[in-house]
Design a protein around this ligand. Structure first.
Ligand code: ADP
Ligand code: MG
Length: 259
């Protein structure tokens, strides 16, 4: 089924209004009998100031899509253009720098450093980039996530929802154009999920950032501006407007029974 991103006739100027463009992206793992095509010719764009939910059955290629789009994995063929820069031409160093400055990533499992405080975790990307963290910027990032009074806490002293918000603050400290989130609410209770989803939504709606979130949860997807459903490494369906959870659940169920 054609989607508006695939049928767009005009090529947009690279960069600002479409921070992520994936073109004919294919990712294969392994060779011979054991070869798996995780992504199969995916063309998809993500506009500035939008939040997209990526859904689909387990193994349909969602995580691979995010990893390739974020420059954490290299596609077998096709192009990822991040903030106007095609990644295929970049060596590892240039890729690392672009990723560090322009991309944030959060995972289901938070991935915080347990021996560091919330503030130290948030400052980490700056330290790794060889920059001196500005304490005011770290405080502001924690404050944006509603964690101003948790700066000195270690991950073990925080709830799951608070830990994920520290991970978000850490991902946002470099003010990336794009935030990728792979099942960010997968380990959270309903209430914490809603808080995190509201914050993600705010990044797109108020700060013009591009949010791409993988989720299993139709209620989470209902926070997004659109939903892209994957099956077998391809786009099976796109709901191009803000969907409601019931509609998303129905389409997910149809996909699961089809495959
Ligand atoms: P999803 O996130 O939708 O569950 P994935 O993107 O993780 O799916 O995986 C898509 C397919 O690619 C699956 O069949 C998976 O087993 C395979 N795959 C993913 N990563 C690897 C890898 N590093 N090596 C081999 N196969 C992989
Ligand atoms: Mg996955």
């Amino acid at each position: 089924m054609p989607t508006h991103t695939q049928t767009a006739k005009t090529k947009r100027p690279a960069g600002a209004d479409r921070p992520v463009q994936l073109t004919d992206l294919t990712r294969r793992f392994g060779t011979g009998d054991r070869a798996v095509t995780a992504l199969d010719g995916v063309t998809l764009g993500f506009d500035a100031g939008t939040m997209t939910a990526v859904m689909g059955p387990s193994g349909s290629g969602k995580s691979t899509l995010l990893q390739c789009a974020a420059g954490l994995d290299r596609p077998t063929s096709g192009t990822v253009t991040l903030d106007g820069t095609p990644l295929d031409g970049l060596d590892e160093t240039a890729l690392t720098l672009l990723r560090r400055d322009r991309v944030g990533f959060v995972f289901q499992a938070f991935n915080l450093v347990s021996s560091l405080t919330a503030a130290q975790n948030v400052a980490l990307p700056l330290l790794l980039a060889g920059r001196r963290p500005d304490p005011a910027a770290v405080t502001a990032a924690l404050d944006q996530m509603g964690l101003a009074d948790r700066a000195a806490h270690r991950p073990s002293q925080l709830s799951g929802g608070q830990q994920q918000r520290v991970a978000l603050a850490r991902a946002l400290i470099t003010r990336p154009a794009v935030l990728f989130a792979d099942e960010p609410t997968g380990a959270l209770d309903t209430r914490s999920s809603r808080t995190v989803l509201g914050l993600l939504r705010g990044l797109a709606a108020q700060h013009g950032q591009t949010v791409v979130m993988v989720t299993h949860d139709p209620a989470a997807a209902a926070h997004a501006d659109r939903v892209v459903l994957f099956a077998d490494g391809r786009i099976a369906e796109e709901i191009p407007h803000r969907p409601d959870a019931t509609a998303v659940a129905a389409r997910m169920a149809a996909l699961e029974t089809r495959s």
